[in-house]
Design a protein around this ligand. Structure first.
Ligand SMILES: Nc1ncnc2c1ncn2[C@@H]1O[C@H](COP(=O)(O)OP(=O)(O)OP(=O)(O)O)[C@@H](O)[C@H]1O
Ligand SMILES: [Mg+2]
Length: 268
Protein backbone atom coordinates (compact mmCIF):
# COMPACT_ATOMS: atom_id res chain seq x y z
CA UNK A 1 0.00 0.00 0.00
CA UNK A 2 1.38 3.41 -0.97
CA UNK A 3 0.87 6.19 1.55
CA UNK A 4 0.78 9.94 0.87
CA UNK A 5 4.26 11.23 0.13
CA UNK A 6 5.20 8.12 -1.82
CA UNK A 7 5.94 6.10 1.30
CA UNK A 8 5.03 2.45 1.23
CA UNK A 9 3.20 0.87 4.13
CA UNK A 10 5.64 -1.67 5.49
CA UNK A 11 3.12 -3.37 7.74
CA UNK A 12 3.12 -7.10 7.45
CA UNK A 13 0.44 -8.50 5.18
CA UNK A 14 -0.54 -11.93 3.89
CA UNK A 15 2.02 -14.40 2.59
CA UNK A 16 5.40 -14.68 4.29
CA UNK A 17 8.36 -13.33 2.32
CA UNK A 18 10.67 -15.93 3.87
CA UNK A 19 9.63 -19.03 5.78
CA UNK A 20 12.17 -21.29 7.44
CA UNK A 21 10.94 -24.55 8.94
CA UNK A 22 13.04 -26.93 11.04
CA UNK A 23 16.23 -25.97 9.22
CA UNK A 24 19.46 -27.75 10.10
CA UNK A 25 22.75 -27.34 8.27
CA UNK A 26 25.72 -29.60 8.93
CA UNK A 27 29.16 -29.33 7.40
CA UNK A 28 31.48 -32.31 7.15
CA UNK A 29 35.02 -31.14 7.95
CA UNK A 30 38.32 -32.92 8.66
CA UNK A 31 37.76 -32.29 12.36
CA UNK A 32 34.26 -33.83 12.28
CA UNK A 33 30.76 -32.56 11.70
CA UNK A 34 29.96 -28.90 12.34
CA UNK A 35 26.34 -28.22 13.30
CA UNK A 36 26.08 -24.74 11.83
CA UNK A 37 22.31 -24.54 12.31
CA UNK A 38 20.00 -26.79 14.28
CA UNK A 39 16.21 -26.79 14.01
CA UNK A 40 15.82 -23.17 13.07
CA UNK A 41 12.29 -21.94 12.30
CA UNK A 42 11.52 -18.36 11.33
CA UNK A 43 8.88 -16.40 9.47
CA UNK A 44 9.67 -13.08 7.85
CA UNK A 45 6.52 -11.20 6.83
CA UNK A 46 6.42 -9.11 3.68
CA UNK A 47 7.69 -5.62 4.36
CA UNK A 48 9.45 -6.58 7.59
CA UNK A 49 12.98 -5.48 8.48
CA UNK A 50 14.41 -8.48 10.30
CA UNK A 51 17.96 -8.66 11.66
CA UNK A 52 19.84 -11.81 12.56
CA UNK A 53 21.99 -10.88 15.55
CA UNK A 54 24.53 -13.19 17.14
CA UNK A 55 28.20 -13.84 17.84
CA UNK A 56 30.68 -14.94 15.21
CA UNK A 57 30.06 -18.50 14.05
CA UNK A 58 26.41 -18.76 15.14
CA UNK A 59 25.25 -19.47 11.59
CA UNK A 60 23.95 -16.07 10.43
CA UNK A 61 25.64 -16.22 7.02
CA UNK A 62 24.72 -19.88 6.68
CA UNK A 63 21.05 -19.05 7.16
CA UNK A 64 21.22 -16.25 4.62
CA UNK A 65 23.03 -18.50 2.15
CA UNK A 66 20.31 -21.15 2.36
CA UNK A 67 17.63 -18.50 1.73
CA UNK A 68 19.64 -17.26 -1.27
CA UNK A 69 19.95 -20.79 -2.69
CA UNK A 70 23.73 -20.74 -2.30
CA UNK A 71 23.60 -23.67 0.12
CA UNK A 72 21.32 -26.69 0.55
CA UNK A 73 19.73 -27.58 3.92
CA UNK A 74 20.69 -30.84 5.63
CA UNK A 75 17.17 -30.96 7.08
CA UNK A 76 14.06 -28.82 6.96
CA UNK A 77 12.92 -26.44 4.32
CA UNK A 78 13.00 -22.82 3.27
CA UNK A 79 10.45 -20.98 1.17
CA UNK A 80 10.80 -17.57 -0.41
CA UNK A 81 7.39 -16.15 -1.32
CA UNK A 82 5.98 -19.64 -1.09
CA UNK A 83 8.53 -21.24 -3.44
CA UNK A 84 11.83 -23.01 -3.03
CA UNK A 85 14.87 -20.69 -2.99
CA UNK A 86 15.99 -22.09 -6.36
CA UNK A 87 12.71 -20.97 -7.96
CA UNK A 88 12.88 -17.57 -6.25
CA UNK A 89 16.45 -17.13 -7.47
CA UNK A 90 15.52 -17.74 -11.10
CA UNK A 91 12.66 -15.25 -10.72
CA UNK A 92 15.12 -12.80 -9.16
CA UNK A 93 12.93 -12.37 -6.11
CA UNK A 94 15.91 -11.43 -3.94
CA UNK A 95 18.95 -9.21 -4.10
CA UNK A 96 22.11 -9.88 -2.09
CA UNK A 97 24.56 -7.41 -0.54
CA UNK A 98 27.75 -8.73 1.07
CA UNK A 99 30.26 -7.16 3.44
CA UNK A 100 32.54 -6.29 0.53
CA UNK A 101 30.87 -4.42 -2.31
CA UNK A 102 32.60 -6.68 -4.92
CA UNK A 103 32.16 -4.23 -7.78
CA UNK A 104 33.87 -4.76 -11.11
CA UNK A 105 36.78 -2.30 -11.04
CA UNK A 106 36.76 -1.67 -14.79
CA UNK A 107 33.12 -0.60 -14.85
CA UNK A 108 31.74 2.75 -13.72
CA UNK A 109 29.19 3.03 -10.89
CA UNK A 110 26.32 3.10 -13.40
CA UNK A 111 27.71 0.16 -15.38
CA UNK A 112 28.06 -1.85 -12.17
CA UNK A 113 24.43 -1.19 -11.24
CA UNK A 114 23.38 -2.19 -14.76
CA UNK A 115 25.33 -5.46 -14.65
CA UNK A 116 22.53 -7.81 -13.48
CA UNK A 117 20.42 -6.66 -16.46
CA UNK A 118 23.09 -7.97 -18.82
CA UNK A 119 23.52 -11.34 -17.15
CA UNK A 120 21.20 -14.25 -17.93
CA UNK A 121 17.75 -13.76 -19.35
CA UNK A 122 16.94 -10.73 -17.27
CA UNK A 123 13.75 -9.52 -18.93
CA UNK A 124 12.38 -13.05 -19.25
CA UNK A 125 12.44 -13.50 -15.48
CA UNK A 126 11.70 -10.00 -14.39
CA UNK A 127 8.92 -7.97 -15.91
CA UNK A 128 9.65 -5.07 -13.59
CA UNK A 129 13.05 -3.55 -13.22
CA UNK A 130 14.28 -0.25 -11.91
CA UNK A 131 16.27 2.28 -13.86
CA UNK A 132 19.95 2.20 -12.82
CA UNK A 133 20.12 6.02 -12.93
CA UNK A 134 17.16 6.30 -10.55
CA UNK A 135 18.67 3.72 -8.21
CA UNK A 136 21.91 5.68 -7.99
CA UNK A 137 19.81 8.69 -7.05
CA UNK A 138 17.93 6.61 -4.46
CA UNK A 139 21.22 5.66 -2.77
CA UNK A 140 22.45 9.27 -2.87
CA UNK A 141 24.99 8.91 -5.66
CA UNK A 142 23.62 11.24 -8.32
CA UNK A 143 26.58 12.78 -10.12
CA UNK A 144 28.78 9.73 -9.57
CA UNK A 145 27.43 7.65 -12.45
CA UNK A 146 30.73 7.71 -14.32
CA UNK A 147 33.02 7.26 -11.31
CA UNK A 148 35.00 4.02 -11.05
CA UNK A 149 35.05 1.99 -7.82
CA UNK A 150 38.63 3.13 -7.04
CA UNK A 151 37.38 6.72 -7.05
CA UNK A 152 34.69 6.00 -4.46
CA UNK A 153 34.87 5.66 -0.67
CA UNK A 154 33.99 2.36 1.02
CA UNK A 155 30.56 3.72 1.94
CA UNK A 156 29.92 4.88 -1.62
CA UNK A 157 30.91 1.47 -2.97
CA UNK A 158 28.38 -0.16 -0.64
CA UNK A 159 25.75 2.27 -1.92
CA UNK A 160 26.51 1.11 -5.47
CA UNK A 161 26.21 -2.53 -4.31
CA UNK A 162 22.80 -1.75 -2.77
CA UNK A 163 21.64 -0.07 -6.00
CA UNK A 164 22.83 -3.08 -7.98
CA UNK A 165 20.93 -5.46 -5.67
CA UNK A 166 17.74 -3.45 -6.26
CA UNK A 167 17.91 -3.32 -10.06
CA UNK A 168 15.68 -6.36 -10.59
CA UNK A 169 13.14 -4.81 -8.20
CA UNK A 170 13.41 -7.78 -5.84
CA UNK A 171 10.85 -8.50 -3.12
CA UNK A 172 13.49 -9.48 -0.58
CA UNK A 173 16.87 -7.89 0.10
CA UNK A 174 19.40 -10.16 1.83
CA UNK A 175 22.26 -8.26 3.47
CA UNK A 176 25.23 -9.93 5.15
CA UNK A 177 27.05 -7.39 7.34
CA UNK A 178 26.89 -4.84 4.53
CA UNK A 179 28.35 -2.05 6.66
CA UNK A 180 30.75 -4.13 8.75
CA UNK A 181 33.85 -2.70 7.08
CA UNK A 182 32.81 0.95 7.51
CA UNK A 183 33.69 3.40 10.26
CA UNK A 184 30.95 4.30 12.73
CA UNK A 185 30.07 7.63 11.13
CA UNK A 186 29.64 6.10 7.68
CA UNK A 187 27.73 3.18 9.13
CA UNK A 188 25.28 5.51 10.94
CA UNK A 189 24.76 7.48 7.75
CA UNK A 190 24.10 4.36 5.69
CA UNK A 191 21.78 2.94 8.33
CA UNK A 192 19.61 6.05 8.00
CA UNK A 193 19.77 5.83 4.19
CA UNK A 194 18.85 2.17 4.23
CA UNK A 195 15.75 2.85 6.33
CA UNK A 196 14.68 5.51 3.83
CA UNK A 197 15.17 3.07 0.94
CA UNK A 198 13.23 0.41 2.84
CA UNK A 199 10.34 2.79 3.45
CA UNK A 200 10.29 4.09 -0.11
CA UNK A 201 10.39 0.68 -1.75
CA UNK A 202 8.41 -1.44 0.72
CA UNK A 203 11.01 -4.18 0.27
CA UNK A 204 11.50 -6.96 2.84
CA UNK A 205 14.96 -6.93 4.40
CA UNK A 206 16.78 -9.80 6.09
CA UNK A 207 19.91 -8.26 7.57
CA UNK A 208 22.89 -9.92 9.27
CA UNK A 209 24.92 -8.05 11.87
CA UNK A 210 26.81 -8.57 15.09
CA UNK A 211 26.25 -4.98 16.13
CA UNK A 212 23.57 -4.72 18.83
CA UNK A 213 23.02 -1.01 18.16
CA UNK A 214 22.71 -1.53 14.41
CA UNK A 215 20.16 -4.33 14.81
CA UNK A 216 18.15 -2.26 17.31
CA UNK A 217 18.20 0.90 15.21
CA UNK A 218 17.19 -0.72 11.91
CA UNK A 219 14.89 -3.59 12.64
CA UNK A 220 11.23 -4.14 13.19
CA UNK A 221 12.22 -7.54 14.63
CA UNK A 222 15.54 -8.85 15.91
CA UNK A 223 16.32 -12.56 15.81
CA UNK A 224 18.84 -13.30 18.57
CA UNK A 225 20.96 -16.36 17.80
CA UNK A 226 23.33 -18.49 19.87
CA UNK A 227 26.27 -20.55 18.60
CA UNK A 228 27.28 -24.22 18.49
CA UNK A 229 24.91 -25.37 17.30
CA UNK A 230 23.37 -22.25 15.79
CA UNK A 231 19.85 -21.76 17.11
CA UNK A 232 17.33 -18.99 17.52
CA UNK A 233 17.31 -17.89 21.11
CA UNK A 234 14.56 -15.32 20.95
CA UNK A 235 12.76 -13.06 18.50
CA UNK A 236 12.29 -9.53 19.80
CA UNK A 237 9.68 -7.16 18.37
CA UNK A 238 11.22 -3.71 18.35
CA UNK A 239 8.70 -1.27 19.86
CA UNK A 240 10.26 1.85 18.29
CA UNK A 241 8.19 3.65 15.62
CA UNK A 242 9.44 4.57 12.15
CA UNK A 243 10.73 6.82 10.73
CA UNK A 244 13.77 6.63 12.98
CA UNK A 245 16.63 9.10 13.14
CA UNK A 246 19.99 8.99 14.89
CA UNK A 247 18.79 10.97 17.92
CA UNK A 248 16.82 7.87 18.85
CA UNK A 249 20.10 6.27 19.91
CA UNK A 250 20.40 8.77 22.77
CA UNK A 251 16.95 7.99 24.16
CA UNK A 252 16.45 5.82 27.26
CA UNK A 253 14.08 3.44 25.41
CA UNK A 254 16.84 2.71 22.90
CA UNK A 255 19.24 1.97 25.77
CA UNK A 256 16.67 -0.35 27.32
CA UNK A 257 16.34 -2.28 24.09
CA UNK A 258 20.10 -2.64 23.49
CA UNK A 259 20.51 -3.63 27.16
CA UNK A 260 17.96 -6.40 26.74
CA UNK A 261 19.61 -7.64 23.55
CA UNK A 262 23.02 -7.59 25.22
CA UNK A 263 21.68 -9.64 28.12
CA UNK A 264 20.16 -12.20 25.80
CA UNK A 265 23.47 -12.54 23.96
CA UNK A 266 25.47 -12.84 27.17
CA UNK A 267 23.63 -15.87 28.52
CA UNK A 268 24.37 -19.11 26.73
N1 LIG B 1 31.64 -24.23 4.04
C1 LIG B 1 31.81 -24.56 5.32
N2 LIG B 1 32.48 -25.68 5.68
C2 LIG B 1 32.62 -26.02 6.98
N3 LIG B 1 32.16 -25.28 7.99
C3 LIG B 1 31.52 -24.14 7.71
C4 LIG B 1 31.30 -23.71 6.35
N4 LIG B 1 30.61 -22.54 6.37
C5 LIG B 1 30.41 -22.27 7.67
N5 LIG B 1 30.94 -23.20 8.47
C6 LIG B 1 30.87 -23.25 9.95
O1 LIG B 1 29.52 -23.07 10.33
C7 LIG B 1 29.43 -22.22 11.47
C8 LIG B 1 28.57 -21.03 11.12
O2 LIG B 1 29.25 -20.22 10.18
P1 LIG B 1 28.65 -18.84 9.63
O3 LIG B 1 29.59 -18.33 8.60
O4 LIG B 1 27.23 -19.04 9.23
O5 LIG B 1 28.70 -17.94 10.94
P2 LIG B 1 28.34 -16.39 11.12
O6 LIG B 1 27.33 -16.31 12.20
O7 LIG B 1 28.00 -15.78 9.81
O8 LIG B 1 29.72 -15.80 11.67
P3 LIG B 1 30.42 -14.36 11.40
O9 LIG B 1 29.69 -13.37 12.27
O10 LIG B 1 31.82 -14.55 11.84
O11 LIG B 1 30.31 -14.05 9.94
C9 LIG B 1 30.86 -21.88 11.86
O12 LIG B 1 31.25 -22.75 12.88
C10 LIG B 1 31.65 -22.13 10.60
O13 LIG B 1 32.96 -22.53 10.91
MG1 LIG C 1 28.92 -14.35 8.59
Amino acid sequence: MVLPGGLVDNKSTGQAAVEVEGLSVRFATEGGTVNALQQVSLKVAKGDFVSLLGPSGCGKSTLLRVVADLLQPSEGQVKVLGDLPAVARVRREFGFVFQEASLLPWRSALENVRLPMEVGKFSKHRATSRKPEELLELVGLSGFEKAYPRQLSGGMRQRVAIARALVANPTVLLMDEPFGALDEIQRDRLNVELLKIWQKTGITILFVTHSIAEAAFLSSRVVVMSPRPGRIKEVIDVPLPYPRNLELKDEPRFGQLTGRLRQLLAHE
